[in-house]
Write a protein that binds this ligand. Structure first.
Ligand SMILES: Cc1cc2nc3c(=O)[nH]c(=O)nc-3n(C[C@H](O)[C@H](O)[C@H](O)COP(=O)(O)O)c2cc1C
Length: 244
């Protein structure tokens, strides 16, 4: 008879398979819609340390930046509440939780990227809308305008991975401003895709900006293991030299 340990392992495997199948449902019918399989999903360990280590490569350039008084920082983020993947119904989005941590540590201003038409609360409906927007290469209208972006030298940009890419509303935000000469620092939450190819997507949408390597955190860790998430955030910001 199988031991309790073996049964537990089998159960975890079963849950993981369910997760992959459900996220794979994001894959659209057109070639333009990225799917999880387009962005082979790194593990959470890979993605977090990838963010931290890679960020270190750029750290020397940021020595003068960080939180000095002449470097104004904005944390702009998109985040979804309601029924979310792997965490049930949530009142504060996973990315929002990380955005607050970054703002607290850096003294940055916060801006929420919210759409004029809210996304459905239920996961399946939200995924269908997200998938359709990707297929259409849509730019959903966002509520704005954000604070005068010109005053910020550094913009942290936060988002969940949606169907292997940025939510389309984040493209709306990025394409609404001239980020040239600014430092853009991505961070994201996910349930298996890590950062996917979102650094390249952001570079494409922000010509002339310096886009640093970002930090990826599991949404379930952001939501349910906030001490662990905060430690990752602080370590990453330290390497970037962006802590107060
Ligand atoms: C519409 C939708 C699509 C998603 N697609 C992916 C995906 O392709 N890869 C992945 O790792 N996670 C995916 N997720 C999970 C989210 O990235 C994850 O739950 C994230 O932490 C949500 O953050 P938020 O609460 O800030 O919106 C998806 C979630 C939703 C709602």
């Amino acid at each position: 008879m199988a031991s309790a340990k073996t049964l537990r392992k089998l159960f975890v495997l079963f849950l993981s398979a369910l997760m992959v199948l459900s996220l794979a449902a994001c894959a659209g019918n057109t070639e333009s819609a990225p799917s999880d399989s387009d962005n082979s999903a790194p593990s959470s360990e890979q993605s977090s340390s990838e963010g931290s280590e890679a960020a270190g490569d750029n750290a020397s350039e940021e020595t003068e930046g960080g939180t000095s008084s002449d470097n104004k920082i904005l944390v702009a983020y998109f985040s979804h509440t309601g029924e979310n993947y792997n965490v049930g119904v949530i009142e504060k989005g996973n990315t929002h939780i990380i955005a607050d941590m970054i703002a607290e540590e850096t003294g940055a201003d916060l801006f929420e990227i919210a759409t004029v038409n809210p996304y459905p609360d239920t996961y399946d409906e939200c995924r269908d809308v997200a998938k359709q927007e990707q297929n259409d290469n849509a730019r959903p209208e966002i509520i704005g305008p954000p604070a005068n972006l010109d005053q910020y030298d550094t913009i942290f940009i936060g988002y969940p991975i949606w169907c292997g890419d940025l939510p389309m509303a984040v493209y709306t935000f990025l394409e609404s401003y001239d980020f040239s000469g600014k430092t853009v620092i991505p961070f994201n939450t996910h349930e298996g895709s890590g950062q996917a190819n979102t650094k390249s997507s952001i570079e494409g949408a922000c010509p002339g900006a310096t886009v640093l390597d970002g930090l990826a955190i599991r949404g379930s860790v952001a939501q349910n293991e906030q001490d662990e998430a905060k430690a990752d955030v602080i370590e990453w910001l330290d390497e970037l030299r962006y802590t107060n």
